[in-house]
Ligand binder design. Sequence first.
Ligand code: SF4
Length: 232
Amino acid sequence: MKNLKKAVLYENLKDDKVKCNLCAHRCIIAPSRKGICGVRENIEGELYSLVYGKTTALNVDPIEKKPLYHFYPGSKALSLATIGCNFKCSFCQNHDISQASKKDWDGKDEKEILPSQIVALAKKYECRSISYTYTEPTIYFEYAYDITQLACKEGLANNFVTNGFMTQEALNTISPYLHAANVDLKCFKEKTYKNVMGGRLQPVLDTLTLMKKLNIWVEVTTLIIPTINDSD
Ligand code: SF4
C-alpha cells in the first residue's frame, strides 16, 4: 500500500464500512469504494487519503488573489492544492483539477512534496502565509493539517479558500492553526446548492458562524453566475 495516509475523523461501521466526518456529506463508504470527493478510499475497512503530499498546483500568489483583502495585505501566499472536491460545480474556475478525482486521473501533474518542504518553500519565497486553495482544502485535510502545524512553528499564517462545506469537527480540529478563510458562499438557495453544487447551504452558513466564534478571519466571496444565482 503506497503513498496513502490513514484518514482522520472517520468512524468504523459494520460490514467494514466507514463513515467520513470531514465534510457535511458524511459519506458512508463500502470497502474498495471512494467518497463523493473521489480522494478518500475505504481499504479493508479503514479510510485513507489518496492525495496526501500530492501537490497538483503550487504557486506564490499575492494574498489579494485568494482573494483576501484584509489579511496581511500586500503580502505573498504560497498557494497549493491537490486534486479533488466535494462539490461538482460545472462553472468551477479550476474544474480540470477539482473534478479530476472523479475521472480517470493519471497523476502526471502531481508532485510529491512533504509538509516540511512546503513550509521551507514558503520561507524561501518570503511568503507571509500558506494558502490552501484552488480546489477544496477540506478534502485534503490530513495534508493541510500537517502543513498548518509546521507553518505555525515557523511563524507563518495559514488560510483556507473553501466552499465551507466542512463539518464542525473538522473546523474545530484545524482551528488552532487556521488564521483566515475566504468562504465561497455560492448562492442563497438550498435548491441551487443541491442541484448545481451537489451540496447544501446550511452547513456552509454553520461554518461561517463557527469561524467567527473561533476568531478565524473571514472574508466571503459570491461569484455571480448568470441564470444560476443572479436573482437570489
Ligand atoms: S471529505 Fe466529504 S465527500 Fe470526501 S469522503 Fe469525506 S464526507 Fe465524503
